[in-house]
Design a protein around this ligand. Structure first.
Ligand SMILES: [Fe+2]
Ligand SMILES: [Fe+2]
Length: 297
């Protein structure tokens, strides 16, 4: 009998980290031309991901000894390599924002506290409590990865950004990252299923992850809008988000809401979200991924 999770099509790709680098000199502050709100809503990724993905790596390194399936262990190691690279690539955008008068430090300090202290290791005795906290975080990562895959799939298909002349370097960063998110979208959920998989834990950690993401995201967008030196009245509202969603420059609110019951369905598996084929095709043509490949060889 195969130990392949039910419903998972055989489309396994070996996960590898691509050592990409981007140069930001040519990227304007409002890289979605004429749309600071869409620009800054997406820019929140640069605030959340460096600390968030570093935290994924930190948690997964602790989990490796518990994995009893060689194939899954390989996937988790590939996942760690990719997430470490994502974290670094987004971190490297921050000096560019600073040069343009948008110092993100007050916000990133809070995000660092959130991941390193609130969700960090606690002084727990070895045993049940320590394992409980580790499993809780493994489940949280699975829930967050539902959204990173959702966003990855969205950005790979967000043709409206191209039509509006969005900066090609930023689009490549987002699509390289998005494609790798789609590529490894099953790893966090398979790991959670392998180690625990409790349905109540899945629901509880989904609720926590969703609430935290909405909270941090809207605060991050507001932070950028209020501190953008070129805006005199930099406000942000849910309506702004909704309108961009209809336009196609941000994810549509309806699509976001419909993704909720999918994750909470007992039949959920990430392999049914997004397209590996599309992700692999993008990575085969991404300027940053191609340059990384050349560098590696
Ligand atoms: Fe990532
Ligand atoms: Fe990921």
């Amino acid at each position: 009998m195969s130990n392949k999770p039910e419903g998972r099509p055989d489309e396994r790709v070996t996960l590898k980290a691509r050592k990409v680098s981007f140069s930001w000199e040519g990227t304007p502050l409002h890289w979605v031309p004429g749309d600071p709100f869409a620009t800054h809503t997406i820019n929140v990724l640069h605030l959340l991901l460096p600390a968030g993905e570093r935290w994924f790596v930190h948690v997964y390194r602790q989990v490796l000894p518990y994995i009893r399936d060689e194939r899954l262990r390989e996937d988790v190691i590939g996942f760690i390599g990719q997430e470490a690279m994502h974290s670094q690539a987004h971190d490297e955008v921050l000096p560019h924002l600073r040069e343009q008068g948008l110092d993100p430090t007050p916000y990133t300090a809070q995000v660092d506290w959130f991941f390193e202290k609130l969700l960090g290791d606690r002084t727990l005795p070895p045993g049940r409590a320590r394992r409980w906290w580790l499993m809780e975080r493994v489940a949280l990562i699975a829930a967050i990865e539902h959204y990173t895959a959702f966003l990855g799939d969205w950005v790979l298909n967000a043709e409206e950004l191209d039509r509006r002349g969005a900066d090609p370097t930023m689009l490549d960063l987002l699509r390289w990252h998005g494609a790798e998110e789609v590529e490894h979208r099953s790893v966090a959920f398979d790991l959670f299923t392998h180690l625990d998989g409790g349905y109540r834990r899945r629901v509880r950690t989904w609720a926590t992850a969703f609430a935290a993401l909405v909270f941090l995201w809207q605060r991050g967008t507001r932070f950028f809008m209020e501190n953008d030196p070129t805006l005199t009245d930099g406000r942000a509202s849910f309506k702004d988000f909704y309108v961009r969603g209809r336009r196609g420059t941000l994810p549509a609110t309806g699509d976001l809401l419909r993704s909720v019951p999918r994750y909470l369905s007992r039949a959920y598996h990430p392999s049914r979200e997004g397209s590996t084929e599309q992700a692999v095709a993008y990575l085969a043509s991404s300027p940053a991924a191609l340059a990384a490949e050349e560098g590696a060889s």
